[in-house]
Design a protein around this ligand. Structure first.
Ligand code: AMP
Ligand code: MG
Length: 324
């Protein structure tokens, strides 16, 4: 028996392959690359369709917000607003396995799908030299959740990525096994005191040494969790949303899907005229915002199929339609 030929999409992280990987990413492709934590599934964070492909490749049933990666701490200032605490944490821990949730800047070019419609963005500067070379070569902010199918464990080798994602990824940069092997620690600096959203590769005590005590969401009561800014992890429009609409009512905005939008809406946005779920995912959060207009009383949403990315689209619309 002869072994199967090696997959040509797995490439050693040479200078030339890094340049090629960056070219693929810039043209909307998906590139898996090693960081010190785990392998990330990278896409151009400013390209809605590329970000939609990430959710599709992972088969996530939900649009949870993704972490944006940049090669140098100085690159973060254009995307998020740094306060004194954030600057101190960046100084102490970047590059490294710390992700900070901060407010998006007014002109932040990152796709709203990447932050699941939120006004905040999770951002990190990885320490791995291959990751930083790759990120610098792309000259773009890069979203990179772990490079595995939704329910699988995070990959720490190129071989794991190939096994989990197969043909969904365009190229895998092989930089050997990851050093830390677990995800980055995520803290929310829009809260005071900061919240520890996810324990990870950087120890809590190290962060507390620089920022003081971190709050754990698990220990907070209902009222605290509902107060503005606290764990506002799901974007919802102010106006009520009416799902599975078969007609448009007076003073309603319409979120349409497919070639025949319902008539009579005060404002209409079409998620995808050609009924393409990837295109619909790419447009979802921007269009929800555009329809959340003071001139309308509510937002009617046409039925959207539930297969593929339709599952996550319907999940998010259902959450937006249910207050609280
Ligand atoms: P992953 O990309 O799979 O490593 O996971 C990203 C983690 O960061 C998840 O736990 C997200 O819920 C969290 N996260 C990302 N962006 C935000 C944000 N804007 N606000 C709160 N949590 C976030
Ligand atoms: Mg993961």
């Amino acid at each position: 028996m002869t072994a199967p030929p090696p997959d040509t999409r797995v490439r050693p992280a040479t200078e030339e392959n890094i340049r090629e990987a960056a070219r693929i990413l810039r043209s909307g492709g998906l590139v898996a690359f090693p960081t010190e934590t785990v392998y990330g599934l990278g896409a151009d964070a400013c390209n809605d369709a590329a970000v939609a492909r990430v959710f599709e490749a992972k088969g996530r049933p939900r649009f949870n917000p993704l972490i944006v990666h940049v090669p140098r701490p100085g690159d973060a200032g254009e995307l998020v607003v740094f306060d004194e605490r954030a600057s101190r944490a960046a100084e102490a821990f970047w590059p490294g396995p710390l992700t900070m949730v901060l407010r998006r800047t007014a002109h932040c070019p990152v796709s709203l799908l990447a932050s699941a419609g939120l006004d905040t963005l999770a951002i990190r500067v990885p320490a791995s030299p291959v990751a930083r070379e790759f990120l610098a070569a792309t000259a773009r902010p890069v979203v990179a959740p772990s490079a595995n199918r939704s329910t699988a464990v995070s990959p720490t080798t190129a071989e794991h990525v190939l096994q989990s994602l197969g043909s969904a990824v365009d190229l895998i940069l092989d930089g050997g096994p990851c050093e830390v092997g677990i995800e980055s620690t995520v803290i929310d600096l829009t809260a005071d005191p900061p919240l520890l959203l996810r324990p990870g590769g950087l120890e809590r005590s190290a962060i507390e040494g620089v920022l003081g005590d971190l709050e754990s969401p698990g220990r907070m009561n209902e009222t605290e969790l509902r107060s503005p800014g606290m764990l506002a992890r799901h974007y919802a429009p102010e106006r009520p949303i009416r799902l599975e609409a078969l007609e448009v009512r007076e003073d309603e905005a319409l979120l349409a899907f497919g070639p025949e939008p319902l008539p009579g809406a005060a404002i209409t946005r079409n998620l995808s005229e050609k009924a393409d779920l990837r295109e619909a995912a790419a447009n979802l959060f921007r269009m929800m915002r555009e329809l959340d207009d003071p001139r309308v009383r509510s937002i009617a949403v046409m039925p959207i199929p539930r297969h593929g990315l339709g599952e996550a689209i319907n999940d998010r619309l259902r959450r937006a339609a249910t207050p609280g």
